[in-house]
Design a protein around this ligand. Structure first.
Ligand code: CA
Length: 240
């Protein structure tokens, strides 16, 4: 890994320059965009490996930029920079398709480690193991590990990249309960810290809405009280 292009979307020039300096020192190449419009153009034309996206931009919100990138079918990792906890609540509440979030003020070391984890997740696991199954059935849902898609009745479920990875991880270990910390480490690729457990809960909630017949009474993606979550390939009859 090295020399990947990172698109930094931030309208405060001093902050953007500081980020660019830190990233370049780590061996990344940096593209800068000060507006949502410029960010979308850069994603379309300059093929960045990852987007570092501030929520507050002059022309549109980072939320909109993130949604637009996903709606154009691009799966590159997006790391959102949020100003405060309330903003994080909004980020987590909306289904944006962002891969990860970091709340300001953050340490540069923390940010770089999140970026590296996102890049590893997105580009490091593309070649599937040979003795690994090509597909896993979760009830009537087919998880296609080659095409990185989930389908039901031939129709593709609209999973975000991180939702797919979370589902794939759980499906590779059916019936085994994982703590939120374990899921953060295994799926997001960094050590769990304060607040990141909420991220797991939010993604589980979104996944249930897409997978379960009744998200309030999940039969596959089950809460294990006092531990975390597990996935059952065959439906469980009781809720919780
Ligand atoms: Ca800003």
């Amino acid at each position: 890994m090295g020399g990947e292009r990172i698109l930094v979307v931030e309208d405060e020039r001093a902050v953007a320059r500081g980020l660019a300096y830190a990233l370049e020192r780590e061996g990344f190449r940096v593209l800068l965009a000060e507006t949502g419009e410029a960010a979308l153009a850069a994603v379309r034309n300059d093929d960045p490996a990852l987007v570092l996206l501030d929520v507050r931009l002059p022309d549109q919100s980072g939320f909109d930029v993130c949604r637009t990138i996903r709606s154009e079918g691009k799966r590159l990792p997006i790391l959102m920079l949020t100003a405060r906890d309330e903003e994080l609540d909004k980020v987590l509440g909306l289904e944006l398709g962002a891969d990860d979030y970091i709340v300001k003020p953050y340490g540069l070391r923390e940010l770089i480690s999140r970026i590296r984890a996102s890049l590893r997740r997105a580009y490091g696991e593309l070649s599937a193991d040979d003795d690994e199954p090509r597909r896993i059935m979760i009830g009537d849902i087919e998880l296609d590990l080659e095409r990185l898609q989930a389908r039901r009745d031939g129709r593709t479920l609209d999973l975000t990249p991180i939702e797919f990875r979370l589902l794939r991880y759980l499906a590779r270990h059916p019936g085994r309960p994982f703590s939120r910390d374990q899921l953060i480490e295994a799926v997001w690729g960094y050590e769990s810290d304060v607040g990141s457990e909420r991220t797991v809960d939010v993604h589980v909630r979104h996944l249930r809405l897409k997978l379960e017949a009744d998200a309030a009474k999940p039969r596959h993606l089950i809460t294990v009280r006092g531990i975390g979550y597990k996935l059952e390939l065959e439906p469980e009859d009781s809720a919780r």
